[in-house]
Design a binder for this molecule. Structure first.
Ligand code: TRP
Ligand code: ZN
Length: 470
């Protein structure tokens, strides 16, 4: 409801703004232009549930983020440089950005004009960009970032200032609260970060350090690089006082744990469990997709965690094995394999929830079968059975059914195809779509191919029917 209503209202506003813009009016000399310039990139990437998220007309390959943040004043000064290529001719294109003041925009190093309308930054390069052409866009901006908090079901997310820094967790569409981007998982890109903070404060982003931090004039710059494609909602620049523990897992994956001093006693268990669980998942799901693992515990009482790529972020609690197992399973399911549309969110959350049950099974505490049976005892009136998890609703994206019934779907599949095929399927799924995008239809097709069974009725009952499966 929130997204739909707001989206439709904003779309109407934007269309009228574009239609009134003199540059878009038909002129006898501008061949091929009509009342609304067909060469204007769309203000949404095409997810019907989130019509204003992401943008059309280009594909980002890399973000270079320079962020200067001062916790005491909460001021952020940023320069974002984006490498992209046009997927159509572009007389203008949009980026997503909430609040903050844009000082300057350049396309291929030439000044570009721009307008702001709600969460859309429309950039008009001096000359149209040809279809297929690579281009760079640089945006200089600053201000006081404000988190997104417009949905009771999502709570507060995005760039969240804290007393000693910032807690940055942006799913589903909060990265626009701290840098201009194409804010939808359908467009993944690699990232470089240079985060400058007062000396004594640590900045933690995705991937691995790109060189030692450098300090001058009382400010320290931390450089990080995520060299594998990443959805914008997984990008982080979490800032604050942190104790760190570095090393590597038994299997040799670099491991970095960070904890706010208030959670110092969690640091060793976070480090050890993250290493053990990463290595275990590699035996179940196939090779770990990224170049490092770990986690961050910050003193912000989010009450939740987010699977930020390479560095899950835990908000104000000591994470136990179950939640670490969940967030690290997302590194395969969600982060390496990324949904193209939010409606397929069970491919993230159902898998990560099922991973929790697999971890308990692995530890000999409880089988997934026992968990499944227990949940199957819920009466037909339980709200979980009314919400089909195969179609996450934009006004209730993270509904418990997407997690729990999504996980149950995988167990029902496991029962139907047997353990050998099921576990072969998990690895094949992760391998076939490594670093790519996925849909529910693709998962069903692979399950049918590997099992040789017609599974349409099973998936229909578990994913799509608003009632308890028989
Ligand atoms: N994906 C998270 C999980 O299941 C939950 C989540 C959704 C979240 N939106 C968020 C966490 C925003 C932090 C911020 O682990
Ligand atoms: Zn999750």
């Amino acid at each position: 409801m929130r997204f739909n209503r707001r989206g439709v209202a904003m779309l109407a506003t934007l269309v009228s703004v574009l239609a009134c813009s003199p540059a878009d009016e038909p002129t006898p000399t501008a061949a091929g232009q009509s009342a609304v310039d067909r060469r204007a990139g769309a203000p949404g990437i095409g997810d019907p549930d989130f019509p204003r998220d992401g943008n059309g007309g280009y594909d980002v390959s890399h973000y270079d983020l320079a962020v200067d943040y001062t916790p005491a004043t909460k001021r952020l000064d940023g320069v974002t440089t984006i490498r992209a290529s046009a997927t159509q001719e572009l007389s203008s294109f949009n980026l997503d950005l909430t609040g903050l003041d844009v000082r300057e925009v350049a396309v291929d190093n030439a000044p570009a004009t721009f307008t702001r309308q709600s969460d859309e930054l429309t950039v008009r390069p001096a000359r149209a960009i040809a279809d297929g052409a690579p281009f760079t866009v640089r945006v200089a901006y600053s201000g006081l970032p404000r988190p997104a908090s417009d949905n009771a079901n999502l709570g507060t997310y995005g760039f969240i200032p804290t007393p000693d820094g910032a807690f940055v967790a942006s799913e589903p569409n909060g990265s626009k609260t701290w840098f201009p981007n194409n804010d939808h998982p359908a467009d993944k890109a690699t990232f470089d970060f240079a985060i400058t903070v007062p000396a004594g404060v640590t900045a933690l982003a995705n991937g691995e350090p790109a060189g030692q931090p450098t300090t001058s004039g009382g400010r320290t710059t931390y450089r990080w690089r995520e060299r594998h494609p990443m959805a914008t909602y997984l990008a982080t620049a979490t800032v604050g006082k942190f104790d760190l523990r570095r090393g590597s897992t038994a299997a040799g994956i670099p491991n970095l744990a960070a904890a706010d001093p208030k959670f110092k006693s969690s640091l060793d268990s976070l480090y050890t469990l993250s290493g053990q669980i990463t290595d275990h998942w590699a035996t179940v799901f196939g090779p770990y997709p990224f170049s490092s693992t770990g986690g961050v515990v910050d003193d912000y009482s989010a009450g939740y965690a987010l699977e930020n790529q390479t560095k899950p972020l835990y908000g104000g609690f000591q994470p136990d094995e179950t939640i670490i197992a969940h967030e690290l399973a997302h590194q395969w399911f969600g982060n390496s394999l990324t949904i193209r549309r939010w409606k397929d969110l069970w491919l993230n959350e159902g898998f990560a929830t099922y991973a929790e049950w697999l971890w308990a099974e692995h530890k000999g505490r409880k089988t997934a079968e026992a968990t499944f049976k227990e949940l199957l005892n819920r009466p037909a009136t339980d709200p979980m059975w009314a919400y089909p998890p195969g179609r996450a609703k934009p006004d209730d994206l993270f509904n418990q059914s997407v997690y729990t019934r999504g996980g149950m779907t995988l167990h029902a599949l496991r029962r139907a195809v047997g353990d050998p095929t099921f576990f072969t399927l998990l690895k094949a799924w992760a391998a076939e779509h490594r670093y790519g995008h996925v849909t529910t239809e693709q998962f069903v097709a692979l399950a049918e191919r590997l099992s040789g069974k017609d599974l349409d009725a099973l998936f229909d009952a578990w994913l799509h029917q608003p009632r308890k499966p028989a």
